[in-house]
Design a protein around this ligand. Structure first.
Ligand code: SAH
Length: 390
């Protein structure tokens, strides 16, 4: 159906285990004029069909989006998106209290490079590959088919996430409808989301469960939320009865968003500061009962893993020193290349350096709308710990 690609003998096993990537070294034969984003059918050396995917010139040469042979059209995408939506409804992620979630999470939902976030009827589409970007009109039609009249807009925000050499001529824009800022609710907490100007798709949808857990530890406490972005953890803590909440983010824009969300939820006892977290922590006394550390990915690739670990250790050591005896640390890493065991070990050495006894209360991870499948362990990126600090 699509251009055929044949693998070397023995190179079919990872696809048979449903890992969706084909490395360039596994390819025995392909058309010479394949272009980035072209659809291809992949066959074993014995000419058995393995999957349909899209090609990219690079070390990961093909990303499989279907393990059965079928046309990649609006009907295909509709089936895929419907399955992703049904899964989220079945798990109760979208419900009367929450109308925001990740609707499609790349390989975890069966299509590498496709991210969709749902904001109460508004869908933000983000292509991380040319192959997905080329399918955007089909995907937009599928979104319309799945949501019908509930759908208010589709915004394509791929300019920042496409590979550099391709993104030059690409600009963000609506594929359907229009919107400015949208107010959503997550566990009944209100958030204004400006997906056009905001970071990533506009909101960090992946901390919903962990924000809820913070509420358990916040009543009557002095809480510090660092790397706060639009104030997610801060607002939850304040609503749970924190005595006071301080929010820190290096971005002025993030602080504006945080203050707006504090107003929206009628929060008192909250202050937000546009500052570097490291500078803020440097000369503080032990005034906080609870500290949240949710930094951006310190490592974006394997090469920066070592530096990232040093960064996590330094940050966590500073925070652990600052926590009042009997206090709580919520600490996270969203660097995919720093796996959870490396992260746990790093936090342990930070606690040792800070000379504080700690107990692990929870190991945290990404929520089920960012599904991890055992066939694709690389999809696991968010990890965290809650520590009791003596
Ligand atoms: N915890 C947030 C998401 C954090 S994203 C939430 O629940 O929504 C990471 C944030 O860290 C971004 O908003 C970015 O502006 C901020 N940031 C990056 N480097 C920083 C630094 N050195 N100090 C403070 N904030 C920083």
């Amino acid at each position: 159906m699509y251009a055929a690609v044949y693998l070397h003998k023995g190179k079919e096993t990872s696809l048979q285990r449903r890992h969706p990537w084909v490395f360039s070294g596994a390819i025995h034969k392909k058309d010479a004029d394949l272009k980035d984003g072209d659809l291809v059918d992949v066959f074993s050396a014995a000419k058995t069909f393995l999957g349909t995917g899209y090609y990219a010139n690079g070390s990961i040469a093909i990303r499989i989006i279907s393990f059965v042979q079928t046309p990649i059209d609006v009907a295909f995408w509709t089936r895929k998106l419907q399955a992703a939506y049904d899964y989220r409804l079945q798990l109760g992620i979208l419900n009367a209290s929450t109308n925001v979630c990740r609707l499609f999470f790349g390989e975890g939902d069966g299509a590498s490079g496709l991210i969709l976030d749902y904001y109460d009827g508004h869908v933000v589409f983000q292509a991380h590959s040319v192959g997905i970007y080329k399918q955007r009109n089909e995907i937009a039609e599928a979104i319309k088919a799945v949501f019908g009249s509930v759908l208010k807009s589709i915004y394509d925000k791929s300019a920042e996430t496409l590979p550099k050499q391709f993104s030059e001529g690409v600009s963000n824009g609506f594929l359907m409808g229009s919107a400015t800022a949208v107010v959503v609710k997550e566990n009944e907490v209100l958030f204004e989301i400006d997906f056009i100007h905001g970071q990533k798709t506009g909101f960090f949808v992946d901390q919903r469960d962990n924000r809820l857990l913070l509420q358990r530890y916040s009543k009557g406490k002095a809480v510090l939320n660092t790397f706060c972005y639009s104030g997610g953890f801060s607002i939850y803590a304040a609503l749970a009865g924190a005595a006071r909440v301080d929010s820190i983010d290096i971005s002025e824009k993030a602080i504006v968003l945080t203050n707006r969300n504090a107003e929206l939820n009628k929060i008192a006892n909250h202050e937000a500061f546009a500052m570097d977290t490291f500078d803020f922590l440097k000369d503080k006394k032990q005034v906080y009962d609870v500290i949240v550390l949710d930094p951006p990915a310190f490592a974006k690739s394997r090469d920066s893993k070592h530096q990232a670990v040093i960064g996590y250790k330094r940050l966590n050591e500073m925070a652990i020193r600052l926590i009042k005896p009997g206090g709580i640390l919520f600490t996270f890493s969203c660097s995919g290349v720093v796996d959870k065991f490396l992260f746990y070990n790093t936090i342990t050495s930070a606690a040792i350096e800070a000379r504080r006894q700690v107990k692990v209360l929870h190991y945290l991870h990404q929520p089920p709308d960012h599904p991890v499948t055992p066939y694709f362990p690389e999809g696991e990126y968010l990890k965290g710990m809650v520590l009791f600090v003596e």
